[in-house]
Design a protein around this ligand. Sequence first.
Ligand code: NAD
Ligand code: PRE
Length: 364
Amino acid sequence: MNKTVVVAGLGLIGGSLAMNIKKEGHFILGHDEDVQSLELAYRQGVIDEKAEDLYEALSRADVLFLALPITTTVQVIRKLNNVTLTKDLLVTDVSSVKNEVMKEASLLTNDRITFIGGHPMSGSHKNGFTAAKPHLFENAIYVLSPVNDRDEKTKELRELLEATKARFVTLSPQEHDEMTAVISHFPHLIASSLVQQAKKWQHTHPELKNLAAGGFRDITRIASSNPPLWQDIFFQNKQQLVPMLEDWIQEMTRLKEYLQNDSQEETLRYLTEAKTFRDGLPVKEKGAIPGFYDIFVDIYDQPGTIHKVIEVLAEAGISIKNIEILEIREGITGVLRISFPTGKEQEESALLLRRKNYEVVIEQ
Ligand SMILES: NC(=O)c1ccc[n+]([C@@H]2O[C@H](COP(=O)([O-])OP(=O)(O)OC[C@H]3O[C@@H](n4cnc5c(N)ncnc54)[C@H](O)[C@@H]3O)[C@@H](O)[C@H]2O)c1
Ligand SMILES: O=C(O)C(=O)C[C@]1(C(=O)O)C=C[C@@H](O)C=C1
């Protein structure tokens, strides 16, 4: 049955979700304080109606998606108790940290409301409606945290999000925040600190930024993300992050001692253990990292290069899951990472491109 869905926050995540919910034929009321995003979403047909007043729009809604900054999401949930509803309302959010959001949701006394916490484990360093895309959540893990075990409501939400092709898992807010601290929030802190370190060295070594190649760019991509969003995430999850920073400082001290004491064997073991764990992450099966089969193609910075590579694959009817430029600077070679849904397409593409004299590496 078609539902009336309010999407509050039409940025990267809200915009991408709205695109998917629309595909299922539901009626979408969009709300955003940024008039340009609202207008763009409306003109592109991603939303059916612009809702200037969020709380007024709720009187017509079956479902509310909160795709706002986390602190704002908490404030909106608090206000939901004062809204008069004439029908049941399913409320969900997309916040990267669940603790405070779920605490606030558990205080809701409005018995028309069912709250299910949500977090799609997919995003980007880009933000705003212009960065939104319908396939953002394909194959990604989508965490759900129901406040009360309301199976039929969870089913309803999953059906609404079917077009995302995400994979749903249920976690408690605590489990969620611990794990995302390890695999998302803490790495972000480190990425930003690595960039800060490079920035300091740049004063005495002006050539440094020209040397920053694949490794530095790979490990620091996320440091280019939206700073206010990450400030919010760090403070929302500081209970997890502060002890992790203490562990990390100890870890760095251990590494420093290995080097100072010339502990070659321990260093090799340390690196080998890390490689074994990293290589064992579920890349091609179910897991936190989407199951893609990648190839890496060397390309030159010339007009039309990417188009030519894609053309070879398109002519053979091969479908691509994702494409990313890992490194390209003026006049120098770059690398194109192309992801396929199966190993068969991965092998075939490598073969076709090699026949056209491209240098291709298959990720094993
Ligand atoms: N960026 C990611 O990679 C990612 C991934 C998963 C989840 N999330 C979560 O998604 C949420 C949104 O993040 P995003 O990346 O889409 O950010 P975004 O900046 O792209 O979008 C947020 C939108 O909310 C609007 N907004 C802000 N305050 C508002 C207010 N008071 N009233 C109405 N509109 C308001 C902004 O104008 C913007 O359009 C956050 O809670 C974040 O934790 C982000
Ligand atoms: O791909 C990125 O740029 C992201 O940072 C996405 C990422 C992540 O850490 O994986 C960031 C925060 C979200 O809560 C979920 C996903």
